[in-house]
Design a protein around this ligand. Structure first.
Ligand code: XUL
Ligand code: CO
Length: 441
């Protein structure tokens, strides 16, 4: 089997070349040069760009007000296995033409869920065998797999946190099968996004019990995967709301606290999504910084929200300024631990051409690349790092140093304050910092 299936889906579009910022070719990278070394690693190594199966090959542009608008050829076969193979052919053709090395999936992105658990498992193992052959020698790897435990109506009250044990067991079966599929495809990581793990109303919810169930469920999943020889990292993908009013993995700080409480901190890290950070009233770089501080900066779901509305619009990244700020934290943290940058983003409903999918991913990769180059230059050539360090200079010597070393007590602080008298104002210089970012973009 070749990367291209029997049929070419993206006709007239070849491999996307890097042509540099002077190029006017809409089907070329202007900044993303996979082999270019920035801060000691190639761009391909820094990012490990992944294509999200669900948005790119399953979504058809439906919104709450109307059905899909995107009628793509791989979606037309009636038979579920035929349709799944067509989709895999289209996926591998697209990923290889983009020159990316990874993809991510939910179990039932690969193939439609069957009417019974046994039939679903039969379908899943059939398509996993097919994709395994396609992967062979292609250079395309699975960044992570996950289970969709939120779309089926059975999960309307949650999956691992459902008040009905039978639903929890069903979710467990699904996660087991998704872990099996991930391992069979040599997946590098496994993700949990708790879409319906939360509540709509606390009136009918025993939150403490649900959190305990979630902790136990994740422990079981980890133990099962490890027993099967899975060496990768598990990621929690925080999101504060949508579909639930309140989700338990609200943001990185909440999810990290949860992992520590349930003894899961050595096997799990964060998968941070830009639009989820925004919904939690955080910036993306805030979430990266929180995860990095805990040693849990695992992976990223790249996208962006919309400033004029408050939901998860999953648009492709295009804001260089914001992403440069994020890349500063990313580089200073030493990059991602095991994960990569997954484009959890979709073309707009009225983008209905096949080439729109290419434009979207090219733009996303170029924005990341441009931000990385700028952030690296800021760290290595500007006064940014020094200016920030200077703000903390009073902790480098004398009493400040003793404070950091734990050598002072509260009475010592009192004595120091008393002898100091009034303190002179020291500017935070935010505008200067902002100007430095602008200068290097
Ligand atoms: C939903 C979302 C998911 C996860 C995987 O907002 O981001 O697609 O990335 O389940
Ligand atoms: Co996501």
């Amino acid at each position: 089997m070749t990367i291209l299936g029997d049929k070419e889906y993206f006709k007239g579009i070849g491999e996307i070349p890097y042509e540099g910022k002077g190029s006017d070719n809409p089907l070329a990278f202007k900044y993303y040069d996979a082999k270019k070394v920035v801060a000691g690693k190639t761009m391909a190594e820094h990012f490990k760009f992944a294509v999200a199966y669900w948005h790119t090959f399953c979504g058809q542009g439906a919104d709450p007000f109307g059905p899909g608008t995107q009628d793509f050829e791989w979606d037309r076969a009636g038979d579920p296995m035929r349709a799944a193979r067509d989709k895999a052919d289209a996926a591998f053709e697209f990923i290889s033409k983009m020159g990316f090395g990874h993809f991510c999936f939910h179990d039932f992105d690969l193939v439609a869920e069957g009417p019974t658990l046994a039939e679903s498992e039969r379908r899943l193992s059939g398509i996993v065998d097919y994709i395994k052959q396609k992967k062979n020698g292609s250079g395309i790897e699975l960044l992570w797999g996950t289970a969709n435990c939120f779309s089926n109506p059975r999960y309307m009250n949650g999956a691992a946190t459902n008040p009905d044990f039978d639903v929890v067991a069903r979710a467990g079966a699904q996660v087991k099968m998704a872990i099996d599929a991930t391992i069979a495809l040599n997946g590098e990581n496994y993700v949990f996004w708790g879409g319906r793990e939360g509540y709509m109303s606390l009136l009918n919810t025993d939150m403490g019990r649900e959190l305990d169930h979630m902790g136990r469920f994740l422990e079981m999943a980890r133990d099962y995967a490890r027993a099967q020889g899975f060496k990768g990292t598990f990621f929690i993908e925080p999101k504060p709301m949508e579909p639930m009013k309140h989700q338990y993995d609200f943001d990185c700080a909440t999810a990290i606290g949860f992992l520590n409480q349930y003894g899961l901190q050595d096997d799990f890290k964060m998968n941070i999504e830009v639009n989820h950070a925004t919904l939690a009233q955080h910036t993306f770089q805030h979430e990266i910084a929180v995860a990095a501080k805990a040693g849990m900066l695992g992976s990223m779901d790249a996208n962006r929200g919309d400033y004029q509305n408050g939901w998860d619009t999953d648009q492709f990244p295009n804001n260089v300024m914001e992403l440069t700020e994020a890349m500063l934290v990313f580089l200073e943290a030493g990059g991602l631990q095991g994960g990569g940058v997954n484009f959890d983003a979709k073309i707009r409903r009225n983008s209905t051409d096949l080439e729109d999918i290419f434009h979207a991913h090219i733009g996303g990769a170029d924005t990341f690349a441009r931000a990385l180059i700028a952030a690296d230059a800021i760290i290595s050539s500007s006064r940014y790092a020094q200016l920030r360090e200077n703000r903390y200079a009073s902790f480098d010597t004398g009493k400040g140093r003793q404070f950091e070393q734990g050598k002072l007590d509260l009475k010592d602080l009192y004595d120091i304050a008393e002898s100091n008298g009034e303190i002179a104002a020291k500017s935070g210089k935010q505008e200067l910092f902002e100007n430095i970012i602008n200068q290097y973009i």
